[in-house]
Design a protein around this ligand. Structure first.
Ligand code: NAD
Length: 353
């Protein structure tokens, strides 16, 4: 019989091509008048364009966002927000830029308006992460959940095909793990299945025709649903493995998700048959794990940890770290099982079933 708990997170979403035009009125809706715009150095132009659109409502541009939010950059951004008298942050970019806005919001009352340009999904979660002395601390705090999110697929056209593919697979990973989460609930599961379906429909077109706005919209819609899933329910083995590989071996975020997902799915499949049939159905595949592997391969994304630069000699250490703190997973985690999973991921083998 059905039994679940669902904390619905409060955020406003404005979705659609051209939604960026609504930026000034959305800033006003937040009661803000001095927005600090955030970007990476690579997306400085986009940041400047947003600041220009805001005119006198822009307090300034901070363009030093980088992957994993180093505390030194977070402190600089916090100082700048204070010095400029900013009353909100506008984050234009991927998970790294949204992450920097969250680091500011964590120690202030500044609301965030996020304008995502990748499929990472951070804009829909109350999860923050800050890296200090080589260690990434993460936590959940309602203050860091963006108040407003503008999804405008126009801004994703410039996303290189390979980042589109791996960032999209990262979002699919949120959906897959939501379906067998210990907190799974029927509403989030519906969104997760729909998210996989939309990303599967959008991504193959996006990598071939990056300017195809319909495919970009489909993929962005799927990424929104993936972000909701990530923010609403706990993740499992796949995310644990990716954090271990990213944190301990400095592997790139979205690519690692792409490579590990089919293997974590194959490992968990026997213990989560209903979730697997929903993943397979959304992919239009016979098997969830094979369908995920085939999708990544068809997008031209990396399919082996070897291709990401991991050394075979690191696999024992990675398996040992991954089993150190017990982590929820429908199929219990054993060092032997994880070691075998990592070997398959290292070699880039297509799952047997
Ligand atoms: P990213 O934000 O690091 O972006 C990668 C690069 O692509 C950057 O140089 C960026 O400027 C550029 N880029 C982004 N969008 C572009 C576009 N449309 N056109 C051209 N270039 C573009 O990558 P990401 O995968 O979005 O984010 C990864 C980070 O986000 C990781 O640190 C991860 O831990 C974090 N994350 C956090 C959450 C959360 O809920 N807190 C969720 C997902 C990811």
């Amino acid at each position: 019989m059905l039994s679940f708990t669902y904390d619905i997170l409060p955020s406003r979403v404005v979705f659609g091509v051209g939604s960026l035009d609504r930026l000034p009125e959305e800033i006003e809706r937040l009661g803000a008048h001095r927005a600090l715009v955030l970007s990476t150095p690579e997306q400085r132009n986009e940041g400047q364009q947003i600041a220009d659109r805001l005119g006198s409502c822009a307090a300034g541009l901070f363009d030093k966002a980088v992957m994993h939010v180093p505390i030194e950059i977070a402190e600089q951004a916090r100082e700048q927000a204070k010095a400029l008298g900013a009353d909100c942050c506008v984050a234009v970019g991927g998970g790294s830029t949204t992450g920097l806005a969250k680091a500011i919001a964590l120690v202030s009352t500044l609301p965030i308006l996020a304008i995502p340009t990748t499929y990472a999904g951070s804009e829909m979660t109350p999860i923050w992460g800050i890296t200090e002395a080589g260690l990434k601390k993460t936590g959940r705090d309602p203050r860091v959940l963006p108040k407003t999110v503008l999804y405008d697929a126009t801004l994703t056209i410039s996303m290189p095909p390979m980042l589109s593919a791996t960032s999209g697979m990262n979002s699919i990973a949120h959906c897959v793990e939501a379906l067998y989460s210990k907190d799974a609930n029927p509403i989030v599961s519906m969104m997760a299945e729909e998210g996989i379906r939309a990303l599967k429909a959008g991504l193959p077109v996006v990598v071939k025709e990056p300017a195809n706005l319909e495919a970009r919209s489909n993929a962005l819609y799927g990424a929104w649903l993936g972000g909701i899933a990530l923010g609403a329910v706990g993740m499992a083995l796949h995310h644990k493995l990716c954090h271990t590989l990213g944190g301990s071996f400095n592997l790139p975020h979205a690519e690692t998700h792409t490579v590990v997902l089919p293997h974590a799915t194959a490992y968990t499949a026997p213990a989560a048959p209903e979730a697997m049939s929903r993943v397979a159905r959304a992919l239009g595949a016979e098997s969830a794990a094979q369908g995920l592997f085939d999708l990544a391969a068809s997008l031209g994304a990396p399919t082996s940890l070897a291709a990401l630069g991991l050394k075979e000699g690191d696999l024992d250490k990675a398996a040992a770290i991954a089993v150190q703190n017990p982590y929820y997973n429908p199929r219990p985690i054993t060092q032997e099982g994880i070691r075998a999973l990592l070997q398959d991921a290292f070699e880039g083998r297509r799952p047997d079933q």
